[in-house]
Design a protein around this ligand. Sequence first.
Ligand code: FAD
Length: 447
Amino acid sequence: MDSIGRNAVVIGGSIGGLLAARVLADRYEQVTVIDRDALPEDAVDRKGVPQGGHAHALLITGRMKLEALFPGLTNELIAGGAVRFDPGRDLLFHQMGAPRVAYTSGKLGISLSRAFLEHTVRRGVAALPNVEIRDGLTADGLTGSTGRVTGVELDDGTTLPADLVVDASGRSAGRADRWLEAFGCPAPPVGTVKIDVGYTTRMLRRRPGDRMLDDALLYLMAAVPPHDKRAAAVFAVEGGRWMVTLGGWHRSHAPVDPQGFDKFAAELPSPHVAELLERCEPLSDGDARKFTYPQARRRYFEYLAQPPAGYVAIGDAICSFNPLYGQGMTVAALEALALGRSLDRCRSASSAMARRYYRSAAKAIATPWQMATGGDFAYPETVGRKPFGADVINRYARQVMLASHVSVPAHRALLEMQHLLAPPSSILHPMTVVRSLLAARCSPARR
Ligand SMILES: Cc1cc2nc3c(=O)[nH]c(=O)nc-3n(C[C@H](O)[C@H](O)[C@H](O)COP(=O)(O)OP(=O)(O)OC[C@H]3O[C@@H](n4cnc5c(N)ncnc54)[C@H](O)[C@@H]3O)c2cc1C
């Protein structure tokens, strides 16, 4: 395919920026990715991605979209130590007071650390002949004129001219609004949902082949709203490790000191995490890591009648989801693919292209945003704009969750919805409704 332009610049070399670079490399002669961090040679956490040391689930749709962008990536990650699992059988999901009934879904999931995923994707992007990744460089502003962005100002005083600038600078990308407004480009409206989520994480040594109670390789726990706000995730990841993340909504956070952490685990509604903590060696002494996430944040670029030409945002720079739903990386992949399609259609980084892209991105965001924020409003402390019908949907979803304790079809319906393999409307299929309402009565959590 003929190239669409000479050069594209991506601000931010994390998952969103790397996926954008992959798509742009097929369409621009030269792509430059800049990141303010010194990017590590190995799969280790870094300052610019402080969430990286905490449990990151890659949804099945996310894995498939990454595979479409980097053919062979799944096998490369498994060969490097990512743990393969069946999300119906090997992931024990304890929700609404009991675990979902196990079944073989036939879907391939991979469990790995965020650092390992980013490292492997970065290696794939760095190997592309027309992509340059420049680290230790901070974007300080944009250049342009009314309605058009023409480049990026760097902290070393130089400017990188670009036909297209992709802003993948993460949750704090709101500052780009000021950069844009400086030359008359409108900033998008912003919506927030206050959830006060906290993550506290410890790593444990995992013996080869080790599993948790009930043969689980992964464990997720979401307590029963509205009074219990706790959550937990345990993932077997590469490098012979268990990653144990404890926390919850609205300041129901786990302590960082080992005794407090163990106590939080011991009081969870199932013994899985406490049992693991008791028998596996911790990989570091001292306090656990903590990350707090006050609010989900969405920038509604699709509402702009005329978004600036030469500039688009991607990933958390558009929408930062409540991390407890594990959606951010998958949505970034969907947006990267949408960007490629929009560029192919418009053949230039025009305002019309940006509008088309933001509309597609909004479609990719709509379902996960509605699922996450809708779920968050099961807690009365949540502040923000409640999605239409959230209370009714939450009441019904609760029945499907109870049904999933005993009914494979109910578990399958939830699994496919949560992994973005089926739309939320799939749980409203009349057959699913009837089956779920009947099965919910038999849930052990009812007793
Ligand atoms: C605690 C937590 C847990 C999460 N768990 C999951 C999960 O289970 N599953 C999932 O899919 N997602 C999860 N997410 C979301 C996920 O981390 C992000 O969606 C994903 O990293 C994509 O983000 P991004 O690339 O858009 O931005 P980020 O990952 O935030 O990266 C932004 C990049 O931009 C760079 N940068 C910032 N400003 C500048 C600048 N001015 N100049 C140059 N470089 C700059 C930073 O150094 C960084 O590399 C979680 C998030 C949090 C907070």
